[in-house]
Write a protein that binds this ligand. Structure first.
Ligand code: ZN
Ligand code: ZN
Ligand code: ZN
Ligand code: ZN
Ligand code: ZN
Length: 500
């Protein structure tokens, strides 16, 4: 989605003006809202700025600003490619995603901002409400939660989904499953009640009367989570402009996403005016190529001079790794002037391609400069395929780098009941090239390393560390929600290589 700028106005340079302008821009999107909410939004914004953008803002010394008045026209000019699905959050309104004040009296599991939206939502909610009330509320399905262990609690929630689907005689939509996956219970003890208080700051986490409504450690992340969901619900996906600069000599990435962006956007208005949602989206679509490039620079000695580079992405998921492929041109071809040919191979049993002509998915539109030098980004998908089978197929080309993004190797539940990771691990170690592995959380990455080492002998090129190019767009955590409630793609990473 391209965003056109109608006109722009010059402002003098300092951080305060920049912060104020971004606050203004965000608030101008929500003119209809109460003053109270405006203040709250600008404080969320300040928080986000403090954490993610302070460095960036302080480094920007001169900038241009759009006038806030033309923001509406700009919204009109936006063209949406596809709309993200609705995400259910127990304390956000089922209709508009504002903070809830009204809970459904019957099931007590969904909520609305106002009585008006509750009435408006009733017809649509009625069928599911009946079953939720029978199974969970009157049926006391939620009364056992406080006594379960973390693992049993996960199994139990999946079981509840099954029971509800069986009663309804249909499968639940993803957002309906979220009503049961992330139920309206106290975040501290899992006590269910139709009367719970919510954290006044983030408006998301719920507490029973025995628990304090404070959760400092995660509140800021939940504020960003709410902001992102709200903007996504209102505006659909944003497609941030990726900085487009040609480097004369290979660019060595700094250890910091903000620093890199400041350098690449070269003080542009666009970057200075970027709101929290666009910024999260930018990091989200950049994390795959940047984590890959960063790993390449750490582990491939000839990264500056190599002219053909082949990357295998194992266990790829279409929605995450396989869209936004244009970003690879900007972050590989434009930052590495000696690289002529980038070849990306996506392989995975769970990789499913949408039913559109294949060349629509594999064509990466290159800029005229890249074209005139005959540079290429070549994409191939190997859906429904295990890596060990791919390695024995004709399509196999030896990689220079192998990547596994958030694979969860340590989980032995496997694919369709069979644990196939050991075969895949053996195979990617046999390539004897660097293998980058990332994880959603700090505590998962050592488990990934233990799993690999339990199968085959490897050398460690980079010990697990925090990834400076992780996504900063929060997701809810189900798999290890007892450890952390929100997770970030590629949060930690490590690099290993099969022993020569
Ligand atoms: Zn509402
Ligand atoms: Zn209900
Ligand atoms: Zn509680
Ligand atoms: Zn909070
Ligand atoms: Zn180009």
């Amino acid at each position: 989605m391209g965003r056109r700028k109608k006109n722009s106005k010059k402002f003098s340079d300092n951080q305060k003006i920049c912060e104020n302008k971004i606050s203004e821009k965000l608030n101008s999107n929500k003119k209809e809202e109460k003053t109270e909410k405006r203040e709250e939004d600008s404080s969320i914004l300040k928080d986000t700025i403090t954490v993610y953008q302070r460095l960036k803002l302080s480094l920007v010394s001169s900038m241009q600003h759009r006038s806030p008045d033309d923001s509406d026209e700009e919204e009109d000019a936006a063209v949406l490619n596809f709309w993200p699905r609705f995400v259910f959050v127990s304390n956000l309104c089922l209709i508009c995603m504002e903070r809830s004040e009204e809970v459904c009296e019957s099931c007590g599991m969904v909520s609305y901002c106002t009585v008006k939206h509750k009435k408006q939502g009733w017809q649509k909610h009625r069928e599911l409400c009946q079953v939720l009330t029978d199974v969970c509320t009157n049926g006391k399905g939620l009364s056992f939660l406080p006594d379960l262990t973390a693992d049993d609690y996960r199994v139990y929630r999946l079981k509840l989904i099954e029971i509800v689907e069986c009663r309804l005689k249909r499968l639940l939509e993803p957002w309906e499953k979220e009503i049961l996956l992330y139920p309206r219970v106290c975040c501290s003890c899992r006590y269910f009640s139709k009367v719970l208080k919510y954290c006044p700051t983030c408006g998301i986490e719920l507490f029973c009367e025995n628990h304090d409504d404070k959760h400092e450690e995660w509140c800021r992340d939940f504020q960003v989570f709410r902001r992102v969901l709200f903007m996504q619900h209102k505006n659909g996906h944003v497609d941030p402009e990726i900085p487009d600069t040609f480097q004369n000599s290979p660019l060595y990435l700094p250890d910091n996403f903000d620093l890199l962006m400041v350098q690449l956007y070269n003080r542009s208005t666009y970057y200075c005016d970027m709101d929290c949602y666009t910024y999260c989206s930018l990091s989200h679509i950049s994390t795959i190529p940047l984590t890959t490039l960063y790993s390449m620079q750490i582990s491939c000695r000839d990264w500056k001079t190599i002219d053909t580079f082949v990357i295998h992405v194992i266990g790829a998921e279409f929605q995450f790794e396989c869209i936004n492929l244009h970003v690879w041109e900007k972050f590989f071809l434009h930052l590495l002037p000696n690289l002529k040919h980038l070849r990306l191979m996506f392989i995975g049993p769970e990789l499913r391609l949408p039913a559109v002509p294949l060349d629509l998915l594999t064509t990466v539109k290159l800029c005229s400069t890249c074209k005139s030098f005959g540079r290429r980004v070549n994409i191939s998908f190997h859906p429904g395929k295990f890596y060990h089978n791919f390695c024995r197929s004709k399509q196999f080309i030896k990689p220079h780098l192998v990547c596994l993004f958030n694979p969860g190797l340590y989980r032995e539940t496997g694919f369709e009941g069979r644990d196939t990771w050991p075969e895949t691990i053996k195979e990617f170690c046999k390539t004897k090239v660097p293998v980058c592995v990332t994880s959603y959380t700090k505590h998962e990455i050592p488990r990934e390393m233990i799993r690999i080492k339990s199968i085959i002998d490897v050398e460690t090129i980079l010990e697990p560390k925090r990834n400076p190019f992780a996504s900063i767009k929060p997701d809810r955590n189900f798999v290890s929600d007892d450890a952390v409630p929100l997770i970030y793609k590629n949060y930690y990473f490590a690099i290993i290589r099969g022993k020569l």
